[in-house]
Design a binder for this molecule. Structure first.
Ligand SMILES: [Fe+2]
Ligand SMILES: [Fe+2]
Length: 273
């Protein structure tokens, strides 16, 4: 459908914000407490809020790499980070309206809890990407596609399981934007992967070796596993993940038969069930 990354960017820029001021103002904020919010979903919402917020950190990291200096990706990320930060703030507002006490400076608290091993690791990985230059763009785009698709499907599961009408309305707006992000990353990944065999090999190697579910790294493994187990629980959970997330990545050039995502997620669900 798209021949160049510039076409994907033009498409992205034509998409209106789902979470317009009118949409946000129209949410039934004052009735949030009229509906029960199951306690099991509170850590999930806090996790998602923080991961949305960490986009800004990821963005700053990416700016230090050749991918961040690519003009098309850079232009996308300038708007993308604003949208993700907005998601973080809206989730925090929902939690507060639901009566969940959140710290006044939760952003600083979330950043403070990031482990030093993650900081060191991310620094090393960023600098390790530099020798590969433009060949690494595809790997970054596949990584982003996986994270956006996982986030989108995670919100979908949360909406289905939590059955909270105001949360569902808020999530419907967030999901619309996540779906646009997922399409951007997936389509740019497709364009970049199709260009060079070396990019395909590098991307498959990097994802197969280093990929961990979205948020893990800045967040502790136990927290990530809790969120995955809560959202993709039950006998149909893994099948849902494979159909909605993993199979979409398998359709990218160079990723046919790639089972790396399922191999990471299946043991988490096995332990939980
Ligand atoms: Fe988001
Ligand atoms: Fe997103």
């Amino acid at each position: 459908m798209f021949e160049t990354d510039r076409e994907v960017l033009d498409w992205y820029e034509r998409q209106p914000r789902a979470l317009s001021k009118a949409f946000v103002d129209g949410l039934n904020w004052i009735q949030i407490r009229d509906y029960p919010l199951k306690p099991a979903f509170v850590p999930v919402l806090l996790y998602m809020r923080d991961v949305e917020y960490f986009t800004d950190m990821y963005y700053r990291e990416l700016l230090r790499t050749p991918t961040g200096r690519d003009p098309v990706i850079r232009q996308f990320m300038d708007r993308w980070t604003v949208e993700e930060l907005h998601h973080a703030n809206l989730l925090n507002r929902f939690l507060e309206e639901a009566g969940i006490a959140t710290e006044a400076n939760w952003q600083r608290e979330a950043s403070r809890r990031i482990s030093w091993t993650y900081r060191l690791g991310s620094y090393l990985i960023d600098h390790a990407t530099i020798p590969f230059g433009k060949y690494f763009h595809a790997a970054h785009m596949v990584w982003g596609a996986i994270n956006e698709i996982t986030t989108l499907q995670g919100y979908l599961r949360l909406a289905e399981l939590a059955e909270h009408p105001v949360l569902n309305r808020l999530l419907s707006g967030i999901m619309e934007e996540e779906s646009v992000h997922a399409s951007f990353y997936w389509n740019v990944a497709k364009v970049k992967l199709a260009q060079e065999k070396f990019s395909r090999n590098l991307a498959r190697f990097v994802i197969g070796t280093f990929w961990t579910p979205v948020g893990q790294g800045p967040k502790k493994e136990g927290e990530t596993n809790y969120v995955i187990a809560t959202l993709f629980q039950g006998p149909k959970g893994l099948e849902f993940f494979n159909r909605r997330v993993a199979s979409r990545i398998e359709r990218l050039p160079g990723f046919d038969g790639f089972k790396g995502l399922t191999e990471r997620v299946a043991p988490i669900l096995q332990t939980a069930n």
